[in-house]
Each structure stands twice: as structure tokens, then as C-alpha cells.
Write a protein that binds this ligand. Sequence first.
Ligand SMILES: CC(C)(COP(=O)(O)OP(=O)(O)OC[C@H]1O[C@@H](n2cnc3c(N)ncnc32)[C@H](O)[C@@H]1OP(=O)(O)O)[C@@H](O)C(=O)NCCC(=O)NCCS
Length: 226
Amino acid sequence: MPENKVNDFAAFHPLGAPGSGVGVPQAVRPGHNTRGPRWLECPLMGTPEGAPYPKELERDVVLKDGTRVRLRPIRPDDAPRLQALYDRLSRYTAYQRFFTVMKRLPPDWARFLATVDYRRRLALIVEFETVSGFDLIAVGRYEPTDEPDTAEVAFVVQDGWQGKGLGTLLFQEVLRAATARGVRRFRAWVLAENRRMLDLIARFGTVKERKTEQGVAELLFEPRAR
Ligand SMILES: CC(C)(COP(=O)(O)OP(=O)(O)OC[C@H]1O[C@@H](n2cnc3c(N)ncnc32)[C@H](O)[C@@H]1OP(=O)(O)O)[C@@H](O)C(=O)NCCC(=O)NCCS
């Protein structure tokens, strides 16, 4: 991470809004905590050294329309494909995910998002084989917060792939992976108008707290036993 960016926590917060402070957890808003979130200070954060690559989370999935896709944990070499996915997102989808629209996903941000420790930070991706290789079409992730046993989650599915069950799949798999690694509660920052995401949370979680500020709903939820 470039030195001059280290204190620009909103710009580097993987789930929040670069520069806007909206949708960024309280602890990482610029000016709120000038030392930044704890996970940026932890030497294991952002490195793949935390735990071995969890190969057991890899599997093929057949969607309800019959399409076969591959679910797997993210790897550092996925960074360029995260950028390519961002380039394919509509402005609306990008905005729903990042609360801002950037021309491109900055390369150092993509590297950071692709490099997790598979324990406190984990992302699952969905890829689809094309004639020219594998397209990354969806990502779900959790990131640590300042609160014990609590992680923040975020999801994005490429527009043309939405409505095929990928959001539901990633939501369940991310929660399952997090729970297996000791996470008990989840936070999500979601545009208050984002019915689809709010419905997903309500379907698979028990909402413990909810507040809305500047059109962004902040939810604290626990996975519902199913
Ligand atoms: C929210 C999001 C991740 C859901 O992913 P998805 O792949 O569309 O989700 P699913 O296909 O599993 O559908 C979930 C529900 O949304 C609804 N839905 C999905 N696509 C829809 C569409 N095109 N029109 C209307 N409803 C739709 C369905 O009701 C579905 O429920 P069902 O299982 O009863 O049919 C995806 O829409 C997305 O990437 N949005 C932009 C980014 C975002 O909002 N991220 C959340 C911030 S954390």
C-alpha cells in the first residue's frame, strides 16, 4: 500500500466509500480514528500467511438455469480480474457495492481485496469458463471490524449474472466460512433502497440492530439457524 495512502482509510476500506465517509464503518471514517482500523495494523492482515488456502471451499455449482460455475476462495493473482469485473459492472451495481463510482478499481485496492489471510479476512469468488479463460463474475467477502467476533460482509454479482442465485449462494457460503472461523455476528452497510440485499439479510439472518443514515442502512445481524 503506498505510504501516502495509509492514512486515507476510507479510500482503502474494502467495503466502504472512498472519500465519502458514507457506508464506511465508524471506526474507519477519516478523522474518527486517525490510526485506522485494527486490521490494517495487524501484520497478518492483507497477507496470505494467516492460514493455508482453504481448498475445501472450492466447488462447482450448477445454477438454476443449468449453467455450471466455479466457487472458490480468492487468490492474490485474482487482482487484475477484480479490476476486469469492476469494468463490466453497471454504474448502479458499482454504486450499490462501493457507494461511489470510480472510473477503474485502483490496482493497489484490487491487490488488497485479492490478498486475504483466509481467517480474519476471506473472499469467495465465482468464475465462469469462457473461450478465453475464466471470467470472475461475483465476489462475496468478510472483513474484520473493531468489535469481537463481528465481521463486515459485502457482495457483488455482475449485472448479467444477477437473479440466477449467485447472491444467495455467496451469502450463505460467506456466512458459513466466517462462522467456521469464529465470526458470530455480521455488519453490512447497504443502500436503504437496495431491497434485494436487504431481503437476503432478512432471509438468512436475524437483524439485531438497524439504523439508517444518509440513505445507507447499517445492519448488525446473526446468521439464522436453518
Ligand atoms: C444484491 C446482489 C448481491 C444479489 O445477487 P443476485 O445474484 O442477484 O441474487 P439472487 O439471484 O440469489 O437473488 C436474490 C433475490 O433477489 C431477487 N432478484 C434477483 N434478481 C432480480 C431481478 N433481476 N429482479 C427482481 N428481483 C431479483 C430475487 O427475489 C431473489 O430471491 P429468490 O431466490 O426468491 O428468487 C446483487 O444484486 C448485486 O450484486 N447487487 C449490487 C451490489 C450490491 O447491492 N451489494 C450489496 C452491498 S453489501
